[in-house]
Write a protein that binds this ligand. Structure first.
Ligand SMILES: [Zn+2]
Length: 428
């Protein structure tokens, strides 16, 4: 193997016009960092003039005209070392236009100082759950450079073709530069894949977005699974006339869960003699009563005696009539959902009850407003479970990035890590 073959192989350079000699490697400090510096020469016989386009058939057309020396190309790290290539590029002179031009290589795009290999490495790194700061460090480029690569990806990203026939709607807290506070997530229920991420969940924005898909396509949508947010309902009715709207089961539970929890929290005031107990046993109060242990007694330092979970809960809810009524309603709701018993659910939300906390009264009113679509969630087995993984991922990306300022970058990153945007694994 020649030095050239050997070095090209190590550096993963496919361009056969780059040559290396015996002493092509030097290890030295650059800006205080030990760096592997490779020296190479780029030369070939050009097929035509880069300036005027005339064909090169011999010495009467184009001749070699010295070199442009030490053009720096950033390469991916080698064994943890920053690695650069100082490339000496052949210059040519064209006798037809009396102009000169410089040899080009597939290793690097024109006007860039970072090799395609490095760029690819950065793109691949962007698919991992690591911060952009770490990616820039890992690849020996500035944070700005990583941002520019993200810009390029996000501009080139054209999402999606046909609307899924079963869609999940959900939202998450957006970035600072977006139109609305909440961003909007559309998931294909059948594949579990993200369909699109929009920077607002506001009615007019979504209306405009979905209208880009023709009526024909929108009419094919069969199910929309969503939470109890009125604009989604209005939108679904206006644009998807054949779609059944299904309220996500987790959101139905969520309303009652939050109502009971706030009711408990309001009782957690220092003047309440049961303050510590109400505060400590919050999980037990929210647990399904059928899952409470009624056999095993454990020592409670708050009660100063041995008790079962059930005894603790029974004691706590009997300390306050509002808590008791709200607790019973909550248990009724979650068990009617667990048992898929729609009649039980409807009985609870329409029954006149004393002592309910205002939060539970409000939750029941919301249930009544969405009754028709809640019934669908008892009827059909669709829920937003498919979204959960994506939501966790979104939180995770936000955390590692310490908050995104640009929505487009945030979106690009989600799509990259989810594997929706695919980076073609091509090496220059
Ligand atoms: Zn020319």
């Amino acid at each position: 193997m020649s030095h050239t073959d050997y070095t090209r192989n190590i550096l993963n350079i496919k361009d056969r016009n780059i040559y290396f000699s015996e002493n092509c490697l030097e290890v030295k400090k650059i800006k205080g960092i030990m760096t592997k510096v490779f020296y190479g020469v780029l030369t070939y016989i050009p097929t035509h003039c880069d300036k005027c386009g005339c064909l090169n058939e011999g010495h009467d057309d184009i001749i070699k005209w010295g070199f442009k020396r030490n053009c720096i190309v950033k390469l991916p790290k080698l064994s943890g070392y920053n690695t650069i290539l100082k490339l000496t590029k052949q210059r040519y002179y064209c006798k037809h236009c009396n102009d000169t031009f410089i040899a080009t290589t597939s290793l690097i795009d024109k006007y860039k100082s970072i090799s395609r290999n490095s760029e690819l490495q950065i793109k691949l790194d962007l698919m991992d759950k690591i911060s952009e700061k770490d990616i820039s460090k890992r690849n020996n480029v500035s944070h700005n450079k990583v941002n520019r690569i993200m810009d390029e990806i996000s501009i080139k990203t054209v999402l999606p073709g046909t609307l899924p026939t079963i869609m999940n709607f959900d939202e998450f807290k957006a970035t600072k530069d977006t139109l609305g506070k909440m961003a909007f997530l559309i998931t294909n229920n059948e594949t579990g894949q993200v369909f699109d991420i929009l920077e607002s969940r506001k009615y007019n924005y979504l209306d405009k977005y979905f209208r880009r898909y023709g009526k024909n396509q929108r009419d094919k949508v069969k199910f929309i699974i969503t939470d109890m947010y009125k604009p989604y309902l209005k939108l679904s009715k206006a644009l998807f006339k054949n779609a059944e709207i299904v309220i996500d089961r987790f959101h139905i539970v969520g309303q009652a869960y939050t109502a009971l929890n706030i009711t408990r929290v309001k009782l957690c005031v220092k003047s309440n003699p049961n303050y510590n107990k109400l505060k400590h046993y919050w999980k037990l109060i929210l647990k399904n009563e059928n899952d409470l242990n009624d056999k095993k007694k454990t020592y409670s330092k708050h009660f100063k005696k041995y008790l079962t979970e059930q005894e603790i809960v029974t004691y706590l809810i009997n300390t306050n009539p509002t808590l008791k009524a709200t607790y019973n309603t909550y248990q009724g709701i979650i068990n009617s959902i667990r048992d898929k018993d729609i009649n039980k659910f409807l009985n609870i939300i329409y029954k006149k009850q004393d002592n309910l906390s205002p939060h539970m009264i409000k939750a029941l009113r919301t249930y009544r407003d969405f009754e028709k679509y809640i019934i669908n969630s008892f009827k059909y087995n669709y829920n937003n479970g498919v979204i959960e993984g994506t939501n966790n991922l979104i939180k995770c990306i936000k955390r590692i990035a310490f908050g995104y300022r640009s929505f487009n970058h945030f979106k690009t990153r989600i799509l990259l890590i989810k594997g929706i945007i695919k980076i073609k694994n091509v090496i220059a």
